[in-house]
Design a protein around this ligand. Structure first.
Ligand SMILES: [Cu+2]
Length: 124
């Protein structure tokens, strides 16, 4: 599942690269074109749990976004809202869980097993 996702991401980046190259070739002679922002290492709707940390620790998403929590650690973790808005329960090493954010706001969360692990989701 994880490798499939990485494949799709790389594929999407590849398509973007090819199409932007094509645009550049066929654009006006002055060569002015807007460059696209650098791709992030992982999509903003996926939060990696790695080395006892949430990455990105601060994520800004749109209302209705589904966040996938992917645990790449050797230990189980949770994503638990400080206000009780959600609780994934234990996410085993290598496993993923999802949470849908349908309410705008700023949400702080933590791991119930390791309370020093914290993160923030901003839903706009
Ligand atoms: Cu944890």
């Amino acid at each position: 599942m994880k490798s499939l996702f990485a494949f799709i991401l790389l594929f999407a980046i590849g398509i973007g690269f090819i199409s932007s190259s094509g645009c550049k070739d066929s654009s006006s002679p002055n060569g002015s074109y807007s460059s696209s922002p650098l791709p992030q290492q992982n999509p903003p709707n996926t939060i990696l749990i790695k080395s006892f940390a949430f990455t990105p620790a601060l994520d800004t998403i749109s209302v209705g976004t589904t966040i996938t929590w992917t645990n790449q650690d050797g230990a189980a973790h949770t994503s638990t809202s400080n206000s009780g808005a959600w609780d994934t329960g234990s996410i085993a090493p290598g496993a993923s869980k999802t949470t849908v954010f349908n309410t705008a706001g700023t949400f702080l969360y933590h791991c119930t097993f390791h309370t020093s692990m914290t993160g923030t989701i901003v839903v706009k």
